[in-house]
Design a protein around this ligand. Structure first.
Ligand code: MN
Length: 241
């Protein structure tokens, strides 16, 4: 199995090193990742300048690794173009959760979406970052178990996986779409000039069975997603007049 690995935190992230290490138990792995952090880039693509594809300056033992001056979606498009017959794209492990409405901004998830657009299975993997960095050794058996489940079938599918800091079990979940607080917080720079932070915080507690609920309750959350955003109910109503 050919497994292409990317992320949105960039090639230097400990999360991508952990994922490459674990994924290499399932097949042949290649890493193609952004050369700098691209978090919250969503599904942006670079169309106004050329992309470069260079050997990674950091070593992934036994794995070919490349850095790209582009977005996560660029890395998937370029990586799968230059490595024919890629079977699956894994994106992560992101340093920070990608849950609920946060999925709209996620570069991690966008890389997996780009894979599915190209007809290749895509799996996004994320974990929260607290006061300490994620313990990837502790998470490794859960990542391995998740991959063995999701890589078993050949179906074209898009999965969004989130690992709590200390998982106790796994749940299949739906996306939480409760209101969130995407608000602007003003601040001042060292020279006294005004600047602004865009913050994303859930406003309401998560409902049971959702991705946010699962991670809040120490479950690994696996959400199967689709690319078709059509509002079926409204379409039926409008189409039938
Ligand atoms: Mn990120």
């Amino acid at each position: 199995m050919r497994i292409l690995i990317t992320n949105d935190d960039g090639i230097y992230s400990p999360g991508i090193a952990a994922l490459a290490r674990i994924a290499s138990r399932f097949g042949e792995v290649r890493v193609v990742a952004p050369d700098v952090e691209q978090s919250s880039m969503g599904h942006a693509v670079t169309h106004s300048r050329p992309l470069s594809y260079r050997k990674s300056p950091i070593e992934f033992p036994g794995i070919e690794a490349y850095r790209v001056n582009g977005t996560p979606a660029d890395c998937v498009a370029l990586g799968t173009h230059l490595w024919s017959k890629t079977d699956v794209v894994l994106s992560g492990i992101n340093m920070g959760p990608n849950l609920g409405n946060g999925m709209w901004h996620s570069g991690t998830l966008a890389a997996a979406k780009q894979a599915v657009l190209l007809g290749i299975k895509g799996i996004a993997l994320s974990t929260p970052v607290g006061d300490t960095e994620p313990d990837f050794d502790l998470l490794a058996p859960f990542v391995e178990k998740t991959l063995s489940t999701l890589l078993a079938d050949k179906e074209l599918a898009l999965y969004n996986v989130n690992f709590p800091q200390r998982p106790r079990d796994t749940r299949w979940t739906r996306q939480s779409v409760r209101l969130y607080d995407g608000t602007i917080v003003p601040g001042t720079d060292p020279l006294g000039r005004k600047h602004y932070w865009f913050t994303v915080t859930p406003l309401e507690p998560a409902e049971e069975g959702t991705d946010r609920w699962a991670v809040d309750n120490d479950f690994v959350s696996i959400t199967p997603l689709r690319l078709d955003l059509t509002n079926e109910l409204m379409l039926r109503e409008k189409a039938n007049g």
